[in-house]
Design a binder for this molecule. Structure first.
Ligand code: MOS
Length: 750
């Protein structure tokens, strides 16, 4: 065995990010950072009204500015596809997708109405400030509470949205209940604010060919969209997203900067860059505002006997965006009588969309506040209340889970948190001038799997190249793919290059739904196994091969060698094997998919991740200031490929959950139909000083059935329930039940 080579990484090891050095040294390039010769810069002029028509655009002063190359509006735009279907990419909800600069119609405030293209960014920005747009305003409504009067359930449903299934006789359950509660819970609109703003650099390659660096969660989705909309041949568009500076769903659909930069490049036959400003980040996809009414009933001992959940979330006037909001509580808890209903209500805004754990972050979180209220009404400890109503199976679909180690998560989380020493009564715990509160909540998310392809090439010098079009949105995709290959083929990570984020690479879906580790991971594993088989065949061709009589199952792949499992002295190096086969490199390509049997099994079994979130808050009694001093998040998410990157995902989710509980909300001036806090000074997200101890636990949850590698995914589960644990802790600290997130100081002092 070669002792001088670095050891391979193992699945389950806390391997540091393989792209970490590139990132901290600034060598990782993001969409607006790729150097391009003769580049033009765009600047978007945004609508100042929420609804109506553009009657005139005065461009004269802007055109007179030296360095302005073109001003594009609906009047001089190039030809675009006419059918809505051309604009409906992988993630579009049913409806008529927005088309920037298509016609004179204004559908929401901050809608792009003109694009200035100039020799440099400053000129484009200055010229944009000189453009005068006249409008004929129409009546608009951006007030979600007023929109309740128009709520509806569209007949055509998005496949990802799962309608709830009712059970039992809920009316009788409430009539006979010993204890019951009812409340209406509200979640504010959240806006995507990843560090990297949406940006696109389109390189004009001539001959109707473009290379596009885009901030997207799916290069191939953007590629298809741009081809369909602008009439390019698909093979003439290459989309790259090697690094993405954060994306929690805002990069699932191609955003308008990609569309506008491509429009300008096509029209001018030049390379064009366009970056959204931070305020413009408030002009596209966002987590919809939500209202959710929950009623719960129990018997004398606190066993749930009835549940009713009705939620409405906001959508736009032109698309019906839906989430799976009301199902979670019905799935999670054993309760014989349960029903739920879900509707959407249109406002004059851009269409809402996915944001980290869409639907569950809203619905499960609000439901878990109601669960806390019910526990207090029934006088049962809130953790005990969840345990006595625990459901081993998916109680809504009446199907078993492939695995559900939530009980273990409650137990390990409670032990780490010290839940035992909690006193039940509100306002009963104190630390000097601060009231102390402890809250708990349950989290749930899906464990999904998507068809994905990968390719691997091993060179004679031992270097391994892995390729798949998957994205790394900061989650650690590069790292875990290298790690899986390293473990499968026994090649040190230092000799592995991972190429992702390029539409030319083998097919991969958008990075979403927490499915990338399970899906791209399985594709890489299958590809490496197939490469291993080819190596084995080559190793048997070595003269006097010590493995001549071996079967593939008799060998393992380690330290760059094929070794007999029973006699490690019998081995062939990869180099010897390839030389014997007369190859300078060996390649394999595989596609993994759930297949028919997988789909049948998906119907028969439920696949979910679970979490138990414990939060401690300290509330200044006079000032109402809340500090979340401790969070323990215990997660059951199947097999963990890399506990270090996985922990970071949960930490990020918990931080976002704290923001959901205490900070994030938009303020709209409904007279103008416009978000007024459209910058990071006034749209609050947690800052360093807001975050204290966060402890992440991964409980043991072996699950060979859920996905090929037993991986469930961890990108989203960390946010679900966290805000409820915080809200429940605030109730425990203050005795004040607040049903409106975020819980800000004014609400506490009111
Ligand atoms: Mo996630 S909301 O599917 O990026």
């Amino acid at each position: 065995m070669n002792t001088h080579v670095n050891p391979p990484a193992r699945i389950g090891e806390p391997l540091s990010r393989v792209d970490g050095r590139l990132k901290v040294t600034g060598h990782a390039r993001y969409a607006a950072e790729h150097p391009v010769a003769d580049l033009l810069y765009g600047w978007v002029v945004s609508s100042s009204i929420a609804k109506g028509r553009i009657t005139a655009i005065d461009e004269d002063a802007a055109r007179a500015v030296a360095g302005v190359v073109e001003i594009i509006t609906h009047k001089n735009r190039p030809d675009l596809a006419k059918a809505d279907s051309a604009y409906q990419e992988q993630v579009a909800p049913p409806g008529k997708p927005f088309r920037a600069l298509y016609d004179d119609e204004v559908q929401y405030s901050l809608q792009p109405v003109a694009l200035v293209v100039a020799q440099d960014l400053e000129t484009a920005r200055y010229a944009a400030s000189l453009i005068k747009v006249d409008y004929e305003a129409a009546e608009h409504n951006t007030d979600f509470r007023i929109a309740q009067g128009e709520r509806f359930m569209p007949r055509r449903k998005r496949a990802a949205y799962q309608p709830p299934k009712n059970r039992g006789d809920v009316d009788t359950a409430f009539a006979e209940a010993v204890h019951q509660i009812a409340g209406t819970y509200h979640l504010a609109t959240h806006v995507h604010n990843p560090m990297e703003m949406h940006a696109t650099t389109v390189v004009w390659e001539g001959d109707e060919r473009i290379t596009v660096y885009d901030k997207t969660q799916g290069s191939q989705n953007t590629q298809t969209y741009l081809a369909n909309v602008f009439g390019f041949k698909k093979e003439n568009i290459r989309v790259l997203n090697p690094f993405v500076g954060g994306a929690f769903g805002s990069g699932l659909r191609p955003q308008y900067q990609a569309y506008l930069a491509t429009m300008a490049a096509k029209m001018l036959e030049r390379s064009v860059r366009l970056v959204m400003t931070r305020p413009q980040m408030f002009s596209h996809v966002h987590r919809p505002e939500a209202l959710q009414a929950v009623s719960l009933a129990t018997d004398a001992q606190g066993h749930l006997t009835g549940m009713r959940t009705e939620a409405t979330t906001a959508t736009s006037r032109f698309e019906n965006y839906m989430e799976t909001v009301v199902n979670w509580g019905l799935m999670a808890y054993a309760c014989p009588n349960a029903e739920a209903d879900y509707t959407i209500a249109p406002v004059d805004s851009y269409t809402p969309g996915d944001m980290r754990a869409p639907g569950a972050a809203t619905g499960m979180t609000l439901f878990e506040i109601a669960m806390d209220e019910m526990a207090y009404e029934a006088n049962v400890d809130p953790l005990e209340f969840r345990l006595i109503n625990y459901s081993e199976k998916d109680a809504m679909h009446d199907t078993p889970y492939t695995s559900k180690a939530l009980k273990e998560a409650y137990a390990e989380g409670a032990a780490k948190f010290g839940w035992d020493s909690r006193s039940m009564a509100p306002r009963s715990m104190r630390d000097g001038s601060e009231l102390v509160g402890w809250g708990v909540a349950t989290g749930m998310w899906d464990a999904m799997f998507q068809k994905t392809s990968a390719r691997a090439r091993l060179s004679a010098n031992g270097d391994l190249l892995l390729e798949t079009a998957a994205s790394d949105i900061g989650t650690g995709t590069y790292t875990i793919l290298a790690q899986i290959a390293s473990d499968t083929l026994g090649i040190p990570v230092e000799q592995i290059s991972v190429k992702i984020g390029d539409s030319d690479l083998p097919m991969s879906p958008i990075e979403g739904g927490s499915w990338t580790a399970a899906s791209a991971g399985a594709a890489i594993e299958a590809t490496c196994q197939s490469l291993g088989k080819k190596l084995f065949e080559a190793a048997q061709k070595v003269k006097n091969s010590p493995l001549a009589d071996a079967k593939i199952d008799d060998v393992r792949f380690d330290y760059g060698r094929l070794l007999s499992k029973t006699d490690p002295d019998k081995s062939v190096s990869y180099g010897e094997a390839m030389a014997a086969a007369g190859e300078v490199s060996i390649e394999a390509e595989e596609t993994v998919s759930a297949g028919i049997s997988g789909m049948i099994s998906q119907m028969r079994k439920s696949r979910n991740t679970h979490s138990a979130v414990f939060a401690e808050v300290k509330v200044d009694e006079e000032l109402g200031v809340v500090r979340v001093t401790r969070v323990v998040c215990a997660v059951a998410a199947g097999r963990i490929i890399n506990p270090k990157t996985a922990r970071s995902q949960i930490l990020g989710g918990v931080v976002m959950g704290i923001g959901m509980g205490l900070h994030e909300e938009t303020f709209v001036d409904h007279r103008l139909g416009r978000i007024m806090n459209h910058d990071l000074a006034e749209y609050h997200v947690p800052a360093n000083a807001d975050i204290h101890d966060i402890e992440v636990i991964f409980v043991d949850e072996p699950d060979p059935e859920v996905t090929p590698m037993g991986v469930k995914g961890v990108g989203e589960i960390g946010i679900v329930g966290t805000a409820a644990a915080v809200a429940n802790a605030i109730f425990h600290a203050t005795g004040k039940r607040l049903r409106d997130l975020p819980i800000t100081i004014d609400k506490i002092l009111e």
